[in-house]
Write a protein that binds this ligand. Structure first.
Ligand code: C2E
Ligand code: MG
Ligand code: MG
Length: 751
């Protein structure tokens, strides 16, 4: 029988070596109750070099499985007790027999028993009488086929495994029929049940709304023209949330170029997308404070400068450096230092919130216009400025905010900062020049004794000598009578009457002309001159108001602004009392305006002082409300009469929903505390109407009247707004009738 080996077709012997199995290593198990049959099979198969094991019935055949570990089983169908079909089933249930090819030997070649054999798990069958020379070939073919199948199954499962590990699925889309095939991993990824054909479009059916149009365009383009498709997009997976997919595909076309099928891969790139986001956040943000870093800032600044150049606007770059940070770090430790920096970042963000709400970094919770440059250096970029002096205002506000005590790890810590300001376009046209000049200005601020700000340009920011002379001028201004007060009416739109005025200080400088308070008040504050100046304002405003009353005009209240230094004079109560007595003005016709941040200093003392002022009968207003800390809880503790909504809110109220919401909340708050509200800086009819709709009726602003000298204001009291004022405005202000106007009676009734 060895001759069989000689006649083996070459493919057969190759197959044997292919799987690394020499012919003699093939073990066949013969299960047959007929001893003669077993002997013949053994003779035949051993003749071609196989090893043969035998069993005389089904159960001992199964027992033989573990011992012989056959590569193939020959199984007789007709056996007593357990027949071949049942044995086949049992073999298949056995671990060792699950994948072993089983050839059934049957005398029945009817369709039904062949069918039964396959159903029982048979691999193939031979029919008796057996053609012995052929049997060995038959067995080898069966072995070969089953090994190929096994290999295929293995490679399929390793492919599926690889796909699962790579989170890579494959798919095929029959464009004409609209049918889809998905690999297991693809189905898992897309949440599709693979047992039934996917309904609808499993791949492009649930694209995130923001990505939908873009993906549709790519798919359409691939179908129509190009052949490759490569898109990344997010899909919404119901409860499972959102995932990011990367799809790559090729379009297969017919001869006419029409798309027939699209085959491709789909990969779950959610983690990668998150990582990319995270990386870009890390790359663009300071990990300690969460603020944008130098890199992000430069991008932002570049954009801001381009925009500003186009719109012919100014941009201010504020370079801030803490004054005593090193000392804090050295004495209190790095943890406290880190906490301080975080807290500084928070206060900075709160302080500039108002300036630059328009341009925001969409993927960052903090506005991109504040950045930490490293160490204790911060940069702020202001793009919404009307005039350079606004930058100084912000700088001052920041310095005020930082001068409030910090509470770090149960310790009180005080810091100050120095700020340098460079302006676009005058101090530089590109970012590097601007940043460098802001830095230089910051050093000037340090030289000035810290806790202050300096402009880069000399003109904006007098040098020490110029400052000195301006300070001297300021000192002499009182003696030379260079100060004067302008008055701006406050109008109650409900009645159309003027209910009060605000006294606003002006300096008529012999050479510089009229200097606005924004320029000289900070100087007066720093030099302490604000104290005598403030007292002059108080006296003058009281006298003026009384003088108008003496002329028979309605009894309005006059509002006087008070700086921190004025407010903190030891004898403030006496001074107010004196001003009232000397002018003869009733206390309820004087209102004192203080800013929110001023109130927040030395809380207990402030509460006490306000109570005593209140006891005098003086009205109290919070100026620029909303720009400070807006810690509303304290409002109740202060005996405040009026909240003045800051003009930065009013300015954008018709266009900015945030401003509208804040304003509306302030008005509601004022109502709930029975405070009156005044809107400052009302410039348009639209603003006025909106404010009224929100429940604020008292307005102050250029739409009604600009601040004006006392003489003009008297004219206003006498005959209303001057001719030339738009009728729409004039109609809104009733001319008060002398001494009998409702305003008069109301104000006296309040007394
Ligand atoms: P403030 O108390 O908020 O005063 C309102 C400012 O808004 C005034 O600027 C006024 O002229 C301006 N204003 C009025 N209507 C409009 C308008 O429709 N649109 C716009 N954009 N602005 C309007 P002013 O007179 O330059 O005063 C600036 C700041 O100087 C005042 O702000 C106040 O904080 C301070 N100030 C003025 N007088 C004194 C004073 O006697 N003592 C102290 N300590 N500070 C004063
Ligand atoms: Mg004011
Ligand atoms: Mg104000």
């Amino acid at each position: 029988m060895t001759s069989h080996a000689i006649h083996h077709p070459p493919t057969l012997s190759r197959r044997m070596t292919d799987v690394g199995q020499a012919p003699e290593q093939v073990t066949a198990l013969v299960i047959d109750d007929d001893a003669m049959m077993r002997l013949l099979v053994r003779e035949t198969l051993e003749g071609v070099g196989m090893t043969v094991a035998e069993a005389a019935d089904g159960m001992s055949g199964i027992a033989e499985l573990d011992r012989a570990r056959p590569d193939i089983i020959l199984l007789d169908v007709m056996m007593p007790d357990v027949d071949g079909f049942a044995t086949c089933r049992l073999l298949r249930e056995h671990a060792q027999g699950r994948h072993t090819p089983i050839v059934m030997i049957t005398g029945l070649d009817d369709d039904e028993s062949i069918q039964r054999a396959y159903e029982a798990g048979a691999t193939d069958f031979v029919v008796k009488p057996i053609n012995w020379p052929i049997l060995a070939y038959r067995i080898r073919y069966v072995l070969r086929a089953s090994t190929a199948l096994e290999d295929l199954a293995k490679s399929e499962s390793s492919l599926a495994n690889a796909q699962r590990i790579a989170k890579l699925g494959s798919w095929k889309w029959n464009v004409r029929l609209g049918t889809w095939w998905l690999s297991p991993e693809g189905a898992r990824m897309l949440g599709v049940d693979r047992s039934s054909p996917p309904a609808g479009d499993p791949l492009f059916g649930r694209i995130h709304a923001d990505d939908r149009d873009r993906v549709r365009r790519s798919v359409d383009a691939a179908l129509e023209g190009g052949s490759a498709l490569h898109v990344e997009y997010r899909v919404t997976l119901g409860d499972a949330g959102e995932c990011a997919l990367e799809v790559q595909a090729e379009v297969n076309r017919d001869a006419g170029g029409r798309a027939i099928t699209v085959t491709g891969t789909v990969q779950d790139v959610t983690e990668r997308a998150h990582a990319a986001e995270r990386i870009s956040h890390l790359a663009y943000h300071d990990s300690l404070t969460g603020l944008p870093n130098r890199l992000r800032l430069k991008e932002y600044l570049g954009d801001a400068l381009t925009r500003a150049a186009r719109q012919e606007r100014i941009v201010a770059i504020l370079f801030l450096d803490l004054d005593n940070f090193k000392r804090i770090n050295d004495t209190l430790g790095h943890n406290v230092g880190d906490e301080l920096l975080k807290e500084v970042a928070t206060r900075l963000t709160a302080s500039v919130r108002l300036e630059d709400r328009v341009v925001r970094d969409t993927d960052s919770p903090s506005p991109a216009n504040i950045a930490r440059m490293g160490g204790d250096e911060f940069i702020l970029i202001l793009t919404e400025l009307q005039q350079p002096q606004d930058a100084a205002k912000v700088a001052r506000r920041i310095l005020d905010a930082l001068s409030q005590r910090f509470f770090l790890q149960a310790r009180e810590v005080f810091v100050s900062a120095s700020v340098g300001i460079a302006l676009f376009p005058q101090d530089g046209r590109d970012q590097d020049a601007l940043l460098m000049n802001a830095d230089t200005a910051m050093y000037k601020a340090k030289e000035q004794g810290r806790n202050t700000y300096q402009f880069y340009a000399r003109a904006m920011n007098a040098t020490a000598f110029e400052r000195l002379s301006l300070e001297n001028d300021l000192r002499r201004a009182l003696e030379r009578d260079e100060f004067l007060l302008y008055y701006q009416p406050k109008i109650d739109t409900a009645s159309g009457e003027i209910v009060g005025s605000e006294a606003l200080l002006r300096w008529r400088h012999p050479e510089l002309g009229t200097v606005p308070p924004g320029v000289f008040i900070p100087l007066a504050e720093e030099s302490g001159l604000i104290v005598p100046i403030g007292n002059w304002v108080l006296d003058t405003a009281c006298r003026q108001n009384r003088a108008w009353q003496d002329l028979g005009h309605p009894l309005l209240y006059v509002a006087v602004n008070m700086s921190g230094s004025n407010f903190r004079q030891k004898n403030l109560l006496n001074l107010v009392g004196l001003a009232l007595r000397e002018s003869g003005l009733a206390a309820q016709h004087l209102e004192i305006e203080v800013t929110e941040s001023l109130l927040m200093r030395d809380l207990e003392e402030t509460v006490e002082l306000l109570k005593r002022l209140k006891a005098l009968g003086v009205r109290l207003a919070i100026d620029d409300f909303g720009t400070g800390y807006s810690s509303l809880s304290y409002l109740k503790r202060f005996s405040i009469d009026t909240l003045k909504i800051d003009r930065s809110f009013v300015n954008d109220i018709t266009t900015n929903a945030d401003d509208r919401a804040i304003t509306s909340a302030v008005i509601a708050l004022a109502r709930s505390l029975s405070l009156s509200v005044v809107a400052e800086g009302v410039e348009t009819l639209a603003q006025s109407e909106l404010l009224q709709a929100l429940g604020c009726s008292v307005m102050q602003g250029c739409f009604y009247a600009k601040p004006m000298p006392a003489k003009e204001f008297e004219g206003l009291l006498r005959c209303g707004l001057p001719t030339g004022t738009p009728k729409a405005v004039r109609d809104r202000i009733a001319i008060p009738t002398i001494n009998s106007s409702p305003a008069h009676s109301r104000l006296t009734a309040n007394a």
